[in-house]
Design a protein around this ligand. Structure first.
Ligand code: ZN
Length: 297
């Protein structure tokens, strides 16, 4: 009897220490957030992203397999500003996970194009609360990482020092690389370009570039032939060198515009995993800056 109880105790002890070593299940809406969570949480978290890096994050199918992922997670990080409004509420509702903590990372970021008056999506604008593509400025990546570290500490306070240490390493690496990207792009300050969707505003502001126009005159709405005609004219007059589009965009329309003008069509990954070589958050800017500098030369 005594033997049995001690072996039961021993088993319980082993089981509880094994559980303590289990990584915390975290889910993110996008791969960029997942990459930052991985950098901060290391092997103490098991992170999964719902959208893939080569997908349009505005439109993701709320599959049952994602519902299960959200059901098991302890924390969910999302971009916010209604980027995921078409699919995330469905997943959260379906997951029936009352202890899930949902963290909207747009809080703490300086949001561009924040509306001053009442918002309406009557015309289908997919950005009614301001531009949600803020992860495309590496300085915002640091803000996101700091918040992620703070939030992970709330669920795993014992790992606080570990998260802090990873944050410091992430910040210093990204800051060093950012300075190099800024140097690489310095010759192109003020360069004029056109973009397909209104998703490069943070990148453009960071690098002091100028947007002359958009293929989508209203974000998320297919352009009218008349708008395209005017855009082509402007691009010809100003001799625009680059037309930027995310690589999940159907290339037909931007290609036809580029063909009528002197602009190079630059299809860029806008998220980690958008190209196979882009495995972490820093890789994303390495790829974007490399392609942009090549096109503007
Ligand atoms: Zn958008």
């Amino acid at each position: 009897m005594r033997l049995l109880s001690s072996s039961v105790l021993c088993y319980l002890f082993l089981a509880s220490s094994a559980m303590a070593a289990q990584p915390v299940p975290v889910v993110t809406t996008t791969t960029d957030i997942a990459a930052i969570v991985k950098a901060i949480g290391g092997d103490h978290v098991a992170v999964e992203s719902i959208a893939k890096g080569y997908q349009d994050p505005h439109f993701v199918e709320a599959k049952p397999s994602f519902v299960r992922v959200v059901n098991r997670a302890r924390m969910l990080f999302n971009v916010g500003l209604e980027l995921e409004v078409g699919w995330l509420p469905l997943l959260i509702q379906g997951a029936r996970n009352p202890s899930l903590m949902v963290v909207d990372l747009s809080q703490g970021v300086s949001v561009l194009e924040k509306p001053s008056g009442p918002v309406s999506r009557a015309q289908g604008d997919v950005h009614p609360l301001g531009n949600p593509h803020y992860w495309l400025d590496p300085r915002n990546g640091v803000i996101m990482a700091r918040r992620i570290a703070q939030q992970l500490k709330t669920i795993e306070p014992g790992d606080s020092a570990y998260f802090d240490q990873n944050f410091t390493a992430f910040e210093s690496d990204l800051t060093n690389r950012r300075k190099r990207w800024e140097e690489q792009m310095a010759p192109f300050r003020g360069a004029e370009l056109v973009t397909y969707h209104k998703e490069w505003e943070y990148l453009i502001k960071w690098l002091s570039l100028n947007v002359l126009g958009y293929v989508e005159d209203k974000p998320g709405i297919p352009p009218t032939p008349r708008h395209l005609e005017e855009l082509v004219q402007t691009m010809q007059q100003r001799k625009v060198k680059a037309l930027l589009a995310s690589n999940y965009t159907n290339p037909n329309v931007p290609k036809s515009i580029a063909d009528k003008t002197s602009a190079k069509l630059v299809m860029l990954a806008s998220s980690v995993g958008g190209e196979e070589s882009i495995r972490n958050y820093g890789d994303l800017f390495e790829a974007i800056v490399g392609k942009l500098a090549g096109a503007l030369k």
